[in-house]
Design a protein around this ligand. Structure first.
Ligand SMILES: CC(=O)N[C@H]1[C@@H](OP(=O)(O)OP(=O)(O)OC[C@H]2O[C@@H](n3ccc(=O)[nH]c3=O)[C@H](O)[C@@H]2O)O[C@H](CO)[C@@H](O)[C@@H]1O
Ligand SMILES: C=C(OP(=O)(O)O)C(=O)O
Length: 417
């Protein structure tokens, strides 16, 4: 496996175009299993995770065709397999999102139990609570979860935490259930709205996505749909920080500004100039950023998927900041890697206290997860000398052409195989 090398770069200048959202395309591809006709997805990001979910769909009997780099057609008319194997689920936890669609479509699903990962144990109890409420019988054993129901029946489900994945999985199961399902304390992330829009184009009746109460009236059958995936707000946020950390001036093209509100607000608090321009945002950083505090929360709070990148910015900011992670119990693996580059960070329970410095140094470091990898790239851009990042497969899960996009705006970044 190769490494990504980053060298200290000057202020980044120019335009970066954002790709389709990983966290939208994964549930949407899973949802295409619900259709008895062909679905066409546009603005699909060319990511490793997309390849994996496509392998899962193929293993279930769907016909998946990549029409071009950013367009995929799925025909799930003849799916017959209801089992997603360990080899695929272990590569990507989001593979578990095929459970709801399979249960709805085939009345049965057997999925390898997704393990925890570097950021937390990530249980699936809320997904299962939802399926049970819809009348499914759940059994577990030998590392698999099996769900069965001849006919799902609509129900009222309260989620103890607004889990993104559980809301998506339950929503996908409920679209073909008999009667109405109400999901309370549902996740409100923009990716939920994108999924609901896709399902409604297929003929589903989903209302309220993007609020904490989603109502789904079951229908008998879903047809095909053509759907462009929304832009990736986390990729956009990562490049906004690239501008802020390097004292640059970047236009981040192809965003939905509303989805970036929490990131824009925090960058402005740091005295970074952020303005809306058409379908993009411009980020101009003329001075050293000011330290601010962050607490991650479910949407519309500050996203946990931007925590590590924001920490990179706080490592070079003026003053002390406190970053608190409330969504995942163990999402500070990047701290020890940032400290190897000279960052001054202390972990105190679910918070970190960061003293900004201006003398960070490149070092060999490891991407412990996707966003940790992005944070190391950002830090490498402003650290003396070379930063050599290993375990970069994490980065390839979620960033399309990251070296090329950054090189085009003046970064010194390349891959060594
Ligand atoms: C593919 C995808 O969209 N991934 C995103 C999704 O992950 P994912 O859908 O896995 O995240 P969840 O919202 O489900 O998880 C949030 C918290 O809820 C807990 N939990 C979740 C489900 C459950 O049944 N029981 C339970 O306790 C988790 O352990 C975690 O602590 O939302 C996360 C939170 O915004 C993001 O970081 C991920 O990038
Ligand atoms: C945690 C993330 O993704 P996943 O849920 O796919 O692991 C992420 O995108 O930062």
């Amino acid at each position: 496996m190769g490494k990504i090398i980053v060298e200290k770069s000057g202020p980044l200048q120019g335009t970066i175009r954002v790709s389709g959202a990983k966290n939208s395309v994964l549930p949407i591809l899973a949802a295409s299993l619900l259709a008895t006709e062909q679905c066409t997805l546009e603005d699909v990001p060319a990511l490793k995770d997309v390849e994996v979910i496509c392998e899962v769909l193929t293993s279930l009997g769907a016909d998946v065709r990549r029409i071009s780099r950013d367009k995929i057609e799925v025909s799930a008319a003849d799916i017959d397999n209801f089992e997603a194997p360990y080899e695929l689920v272990r590569k990507m936890r989001a593979s578990f999102l095929v459970m709801g669609p399979l249960l709805a479509r085939l009345g049965k699903a057997r999925i390898s139990m997704p393990g925890g990962c570097a950021i937390g144990t990530r249980p699936i109890d809320l997904h299962l609570k939802g399926f049970k409420a819809l009348g499914a019988k759940i059994t577990m054993g030998h590392g698999f979860v099996e769900a069965k129901a001849d006919q799902l029946i609509g129900s009222r489900i309260y989620l103890d935490f607004p889990s993104v994945g559980a809301t998506e999985n339950i929503m996908m199961a409920a679209v073909l259930a008999k009667g109405q399902t109400v999901i309370e304390n549902a996740a409100e992330e923009p990716e939920l709205i994108d999924l609901a829009n896709f399902l409604n184009k297929m003929g589903a009746d989903v209302r309220g996505a993007g609020t904490d109460t989603i109502k789904i009236n079951g229908v008998d059958k879903l047809g095909g749909a053509v759907h462009p995936v929304i832009p990736d707000r986390v990729e956009a946020g990562t490049y906004m920080i690239a501008a802020a950390i390097t004292g640059g001036n970047l236009f981040i093209d192809n965003v939905m500004v509303d989805h970036l509100k929490p990131i824009m607000a925090k960058l402005r608090e740091c005295n970074i100039e952020v303005s809306e321009e058409g379908n993009g945002v411009r980020v101009i950083a003329e001075n050293r950023p000011k330290a601010v505090d962050i607490k991650t929360m479910p949407y519309p709070g500050f996203p946990t998927d931007m925590q590590a990148q924001f920490m990179a910015l706080m490592c070079v900011a003026e003053g002390t900041s406190v970053i608190t992670e409330t969504v995942f119990e163990n999402r500070f693996m990047h701290v020890s890697e940032l400290k190897r580059m000279g960052a001054d960070i202390k972990i105190e329970g679910r918070s970190t206290v960061i003293e900004g410095r201006t003398d960070l140094q490149g070092a060999p470091v490891k991407a412990t997860d996707l966003r940790a990898g992005a944070a190391l790239i950002l830090t490498g851009l402003v650290s003396e000398g070379k930063t050599e990042i290993s375990d970069i497969y994490h980065i390839d899960r979620g960033y399309v052409d990251i070296e090329e996009k950054l090189r085009n705006v003046g970064a010194i970044i390349y891959r060594e195989e």
